[in-house]
Design a protein around this ligand. Structure first.
Ligand code: F6P
Length: 560
């Protein structure tokens, strides 16, 4: 195992620390003194135009950050990942989500641990596409011969958030008359609401679980199966015999998993299961068979365009020097803010209603990946790690939390994402509404960067204590990501961009961005506490005083 380099012991870290000690950001001054700043710090990444110029960096800082990437081995680690080395050390696995989007026939073929990865990927993609086409055309039917009109995808975390986010983002591409719904939470409200109004005869359930052991998903899958049987029996479509129930499951349930034996044990015919591999992390899996719901709802061609977008960014990262490598630079900026300027969170603010779930998706990607306090060799980290990612689409956020970004005391770097063309071009009395929308994106990044001085406030006639309240300090860092339209390829590019930003930060911090042991304890305790919730006296006695008191409250108030 290659030991992680301690970033804090590098000369680049020392340079950055010394710059930080006398750092006084001045975006107004920097832009005034350097007319080329915007152009120089704007980069093209496939279809994405990425403007880094409103970040709190000088050329000197950027050069030191790039040296930090060099000295911590970002390029070498990326090459190791692409080559299939087992960089997921705690699980002894390769990390090959980038292989999921390699085009058919890519040269040289990727063979890892004796396995032809490309052949495996293409074979599942072909099967998935053929199945999606059958469902979309109506060739695949429910048990009573009716075409599928609704999909219910049951999964959680990485087996849910990607499909949910992309289904909403690419809704204009859902033209086959099939609606996807997503059930994730073990709160029974979720499945109750998502199955409301659905006809079991025209519903296809996808059980998506990498491990096929996740409590939430398997519980919801059983509830969905009961719902299916009850509905089909109530309408007389099946008679409730074992044989007819099995036949109903065969027509209405498919699965996506790496554990096809467990899929069979649940009662889903392995013929109707789509596999993937342990080298795909859950939060990196939307471009595997976990995207089945998308291939059905949006069509296999759209799914392949999405993959092509991912691949374009992978190629950029693989072939571009660190100093021009967009995801690497954005990862380095995050390190600058987190480790040198004290930022604890990072906002992602898409000016696209379609990206309403993008921040939620990024939360799992970034926080499950880099929320670590030991490094990949088991030693403690030497710096702060993972920021809290959060956000909402603009302009909604403007009327909610932007106040704190503009005038609060915290450093909150923010990524603004916008598209030149709307999915739904509408006019308000002849005025293009998308233009008004984009004016807000431009206005916010401008206000955050340049603020409003006391003199400017006073020049408007404001006096007294109101002057201070109306003054904006500026120097609030933002990155603007602009693209022509939110196409499948552009969305793939955006997701891959953040995957590689996350990877860059993880390498610099020396953490394994591909395990998630931190979620295990809660899972184990939930299983231990469940008997206490159900009234088991011994399990109750084994709990701490606070948990016992909460259980007593529950027992006293439970009425249904
Ligand atoms: O709770 C953590 C986690 O393991 C995620 O990493 C994963 O995406 C999710 O649970 C769901 O796991 P599975 O796909 O195995 O059901």
């Amino acid at each position: 195992m290659t030991a992680p380099v301690d970033a804090t012991a590098t000369s680049a870290w020392a340079e950055l620390s010394s710059i930080r000690d006398s750092f006084s950001p001045d975006l107004r001054g920097w832009f005034a003194a350097d007319p080329d700043r915007a152009e120089r710090l704007s980069l093209e990444l496939a279809d994405l135009h990425v403007d880094l110029s409103k970040n709190l960096v000088t050329d000197e800082i950027l050069a030191s950050l790039v040296r930090l990437a060099e000295q911590t081995g970002v390029a070498e680690r990326y090459a190791a990942m692409l080559a299939g080395e087992h960089i997921n050390t705690t699980e002894d696995r390769a990390v090959l989500h980038t292989a999921l989007r390699r085009p058919a026939g890519a040269e040289p073929a990727l063979v890892v641990d004796g396995q032809d990865i490309d052949a495996d990927v293409q074979s599942v993609l072909t099967a998935l596409s053929a199945f999606a086409d059958r469902v979309r055309s109506g060739e695949w039917t429910g048990v009573t011969g009716k075409k599928v009109t609704h999909i219910v995808n049951i999964g959680i975390g990485g087996s849910d958030l990607g499909p949910v986010m992309i289904s909403a983002a690419l809704e204009p591409y859902a033209t086959a008359g099939i609606e996807a719904r997503f059930v994730s939470n073990i709160d029974p409200t979720d499945i109750a609401q998502k199955t409301k109004g659905l006809d079991p005869e025209t519903t296809l359930v996808i059980v998506a679980s990498k491990t096929f052991t996740t409590l939430e998903t398997l519980t919801n899958a059983r509830l969905a199966r009961d719902w299916l049987w009850a509905g089909l029996e109530a309408s007389g479509a099946i008679d409730g015999s074992e044989e007819q129930r099995t036949d109903a499951v065969a027509h209405h349930f498919v699965a996506v998993s790496t554990a096809l034996d467990k899929v069979a044990a649940f009662g889903i015919d392995p013929v109707n299961a789509f596999g993937f591999w342990d080298w795909v992390g859950g939060r990196y899996s939307v471009d595997s068979a976990i995207g089945l719901s998308l291939a059905i709802e949006l069509g296999p061609d759209v799914f392949r365009e999405l993959l092509a977008g991912f691949h374009a960014v992978d190629e950029h990262v693989r072939t571009t020097p660190l100093a021009q490598n967009v995801p690497v630079l954005m990862g380095l900026l995050n390190v600058w803010y987190t480790n040198f300027l004290g930022a604890q969170s990072h906002a992602v603010l898409p000016y696209a209603q379609q990206l309403s779930r993008f921040a939620a998706y990024l939360q799992q990607l970034t926080m499950e990946s880099n929320g670590k306090s030991v490094r990949w060799d088991g030693t403690p980290v030497t710096t702060d790690t993972g920021e809290v990612f959060w956000g909402e689409p603009g302009t909604n956020g403007q009327h909610a939390f932007y106040q704190l970004i503009h005038q609060g005391t915290r450093v909150i770097p923010a990524d603004f994402i916008a598209f030149a063309n709307p999915a739904y071009p509408l006019a308000d009395g002849g005025r293009d509404v998308h233009g008004l929308f984009l004016s807000n994106f431009l206005a916010q990044t401008k206000a955050l960067a340049f603020g409003k001085t006391t003199e400017e406030v006073e020049a408007e006639g404001t006096t007294g204590p109101l002057v201070a309240a109306r003054t904006f300090a500026g120097n609030k860092p933002t990155t603007s990501i602009f693209a022509p339209s939110l196409t499948p390829s552009v969305l793939g590019q955006l997701v891959a961009l953040y995957e590689h930003i996350t990877f860059t930060q993880g390498v610099i911090w020396g953490v394994n961005s591909f395990d998630q042991w931190g979620v295990e304890l809660g899972k184990q305790l939930a299983l231990q506490i469940a008997p206490a919730v159900e009234g088991d006296a011994d399990a109750l006695a084994a709990q701490d005083a606070s948990t016992q008191a909460l259980l007593a409250y529950y027992a006293a108030h439970r009425t249904v």
